[in-house]
Design a protein around this ligand. Structure first.
Ligand SMILES: [Zn+2]
Ligand SMILES: [Zn+2]
Ligand SMILES: [Zn+2]
Ligand SMILES: [Zn+2]
Ligand SMILES: [Zn+2]
Ligand SMILES: [Zn+2]
Length: 509
C-alpha cells in the first residue's frame, strides 16, 4: 500500500457517527392499488408511496453517504487512468466533479492538467519545508528561516504561509492559490495538510465536504439550521420552468431543491424570484395590507384578527364579513364564492396612462392582498398550534381519549398550515397567468381549496362540547381528508400543466 493511499484513507475517516440511514423517494412508479392503502395511527387512510404528478425522485444523504459517493467516483476514475486516490480527488475538486470535462482535459495533456489543478505528480519529490538563508517577501524577516513553496517555486517563510492558509480556509476557500500576486498555482491538498496544525485538518475536511455539495448541481444541503443531511436530486437548473422539485429532508424540513426556499408549490422557481422582487419593490404601496386590524365595513369598529380564519364577525354590530375583500360572508361559503378571482375592469383597456397604471396596481393588489393574507394566517396558525396543544391536553382530561387519539387535531392544524402555504403561492402563480380556459380551471381549484381550508379552519377554532366530542372528531377527520384531497387536485393539475407546457405567462421566465 502506498503512502498516498494510507494518508487518503485517513482523510476519509469518519469524524462523527452520523446516522447512515438513506431515505429513498425513488421507486414510486407503481399504480394505485388496494395493497398500497394503509391506515395510520390517527385513523387516516393513507396511500402508501403513490406517485403524484408533482413528485420528484431524490435521496437524502448523510455525510457518510456523501463520502461513499465520492469514493465510488474516485474508484471509477482510478480504474481507467493511472492516478493515486489523492490525485483523482484533487482533479475532481478542480473540475467540480464533472467527470467528462476532467477526462477530456486530462487525456489531452495529463501533466499540464495535474499542474493546473495543483495535484502533485507522482514522479516529483514532495514539497517540504526547507531551512535556508533568505528574505521572506511578505514579512521581510531575513536570515536562516524555514521556507515553503508550491510547484511554482514562489517561496515564503513558513509562518507567513501558515497564516495565509488559515485565513483562506476561514474564508471558506478550498482551491487555495499561491500567495504570490498574480500566481494561479493551486496549493495541493496534501501540502495544506502537511503545513497546518492538526486542529485545522478537521475544519479543512469539513470545508471540502461542504464544497463538494455546493459545487455539484445534483446536491443541495438541507437549509434547516445544523441539519447534517444533503439531498441528491437530478432535476437540472434548466428544467425549473417545467417542474417544482419539492423535497423533504429526514429532519422533516420541506423545501425546494431548485432554489432552496421553503416549499413554494405550485409556483415555479423563476416566478417566485420575480414575484418576491416585485413585492419588495412595491412594499410601500402594499404595506398597509400587513396590518392586523381593519375597520368593520358596516359600523367602522376596529377589529383585530387573531386566528387564521377569514370569517369575521363584528363584535359590535354582528355583521359577518370576509377579512380579505370585506364583502358579506354569506356569499363566501357557497358556490358563487369568487373572492379568489380578479375581475378585470374596463380600466385595463383605457387609453390614458394614469387609468392604466391604476388598473395594473389594483390587479397586483388583489393578488398581493391574498398572498400576504395567507402568509399572515400561517403565522397566526402558529398560535393555533399552542391553543391546539392545550385543547388536546384538556380533551384527554375530559374524555377517555388517549394522546394518540387526540392527534387528529394537530393533524388538522398541520394540514391547514401546508394548505395555506400552497394557497399563498397560488396567488403569485395566478398573477402571472394569461387569462384563458386553463386559468378558469386553476381558479376553480383554488376556490375549492380556499373554501375547504376556511371550513376546516373555522372548525378548528370553534369550541367543542364534551358530549359532542366523537362527532366533532369525525367532522375534523373528514374535513382534513377533504382539504388534503383538494390540495392534491390543485397541485396535480398545475404540475401536469407545467410538464405539458400548458401555462401561459404574462412575462417571460
Ligand atoms: Zn514571512
Ligand atoms: Zn506561485
Ligand atoms: Zn434537514
Ligand atoms: Zn424553488
Ligand atoms: Zn360592525
Ligand atoms: Zn372575500
Amino acid at each position: 500500500m502506498s503512502d498516498a493511499y494510507e494518508e487518503d484513507e485517513g482523510f476519509f475517516q469518519e469524524e462523527e457517527d452520523f446516522d447512515d440511514e438513506v431515505f429513498e423517494n425513488s421507486d414510486l412508479e407503481e399504480e394505485f392499488d388496494a395493497d398500497n392503502v394503509v391506515i395510520d395511527d390517527y385513523g387516516f387512510t393513507v396511500e402508501k408511496k403513490r406517485r403524484k404528478a408533482y413528485d420528484v425522485d431524490y435521496k437524502v444523504l448523510s455525510p457518510k453517504d456523501l463520502r461513499v459517493w465520492q469514493n465510488e467516483k474516485i474508484e471509477q476514475l482510478t480504474s481507467i487512468i493511472t492516478l493515486t486516490r489523492e490525485q483523482a480527488l484533487g482533479l475532481y475538486r478542480y473540475f467540480k466533479w464533472n467527470r467528462e470535462k476532467l477526462l477530456e482535459m486530462y487525456v489531452d495533456d495529463p501533466e499540464r492538467t495535474l499542474h493546473k489543478a495543483g495535484v502533485q505528480q507522482s514522479d516529483e519529490k514532495k514539497h517540504e519545508v526547507a531551512e535556508k538563508e533568505g528574505t521572506c517577501s511578505i514579512c521581510f524577516d531575513e536570515g536562516l528561516l524555514p521556507f515553503f513553496s508550491a510547484d511554482c517555486n514562489h517561496d515564503f517563510c513558513l509562518s507567513c504561509y501558515q497564516h495565509y492558509l488559515v485565513s483562506r480556509i476561514q474564508e471558506g476557500e478550498t482551491m487555495i492559490q499561491c500567495p504570490e500576486e498574480g500566481c494561479s498555482q493551486i496549493i495541493s491538498q496534501q501540502s495544506i495538510l502537511n503545513l497546518l496544525d492538526e486542529k485545522f485538518h478537521y475544519q479543512f475536511s469539513r470545508l471540502l465536504d461542504r464544497s463538494f455539495v455546493d459545487d455539484s448541481d445534483m446536491f443541495r444541503w438541507c437549509p434547516a439550521p445544523d441539519c447534517p443531511y444533503a439531498i441528491e436530486c437530478h432535476v437540472s437548473q434548466s428544467s425549473l420552468n417545467s417542474v417544482v422539485p419539492t423535497v423533504t429532508c429526514l429532519c422533516g424540513k420541506q423545501f425546494c431543491f431548485g432554489c432552496g426556499r421553503d416549499n413554494h408549490q405550485p409556483a415555479i422557481c423563476p416566478l417566485v424570484k420575480v414575484w418576491l422582487q416585485k413585492c419588495q419593490d412595491d412594499s410601500e404601496t402594499a404595506n398597509w395590507i400587513h396590518a392586523n386590524t381593519k375597520e368593520c365595513p358596516k359600523c367602522s369598529t376596529t377589529i383585530e384578527k387573531n386566528g387564521g380564519c377569514n370569517h369575521m364577525t363584528c363584535k359590535k354590530c354582528k355583521y359577518e364579513y370576509c377579512w380579505v375583500c370585506l364583502g358579506p360572508w354569506s356569499e363566501h361559503g357557497t358556490n358563487w364564492y369568487s373572492c379568489n378571482r380578479y375581475e378585470e375592469k374596463s380600466g385595463s383597456n383605457a387609453r390614458d396612462a394614469q387609468t392604466r397604471s391604476r388598473a395594473s396596481l389594483e390587479r397586483y393588489l388583489h393578488y398581493y392582498n391574498r398572498f400576504a393574507n395567507h402568509e399572515q394566517s400561517a403565522k397566526l396558525d402558529h398560535q393555533l398550534y399552542d391553543k391546539t396543544y392545550q385543547r388536546m391536553t384538556q380533551m384527554q382530561v375530559d374524555s377517555n381519549l388517549s394522546w394518540v387519539e387526540v392527534q387528529f387535531l394537530k393533524n388538522a392544524v398541520d394540514t391547514l398550515f401546508d394548505c395555506r402555504q400552497t394557497l399563498k403561492w397560488t396567488y403569485a402563480f395566478a398573477y402571472f397567468l394569461v387569462r384563458n380556459n386553463q386559468t378558469e380551471i386553476f381558479e376553480d381549484n383554488q376556490r375549492d381549496l380556499e373554501l375547504a381550508v376556511e371550513n376546516l379552519s373555522e372548525l378548528c377554532e370553534s369550541p367543542t362540547l364534551d358530549k359532542m366530542l366523537s362527532s366533532y372528531k369525525q367532522k375534523v377527520l373528514d374535513r382534513t381528508v377533504y382539504v388534503r384531497s383538494r390540495r392534491d387536485v390543485l397541485l396535480d393539475d398545475t404540475a401536469r400543466g407545467l410538464a405539458e407546457g400548458r401555462w401561459e405567462y404574462v412575462v417571460d421566465f
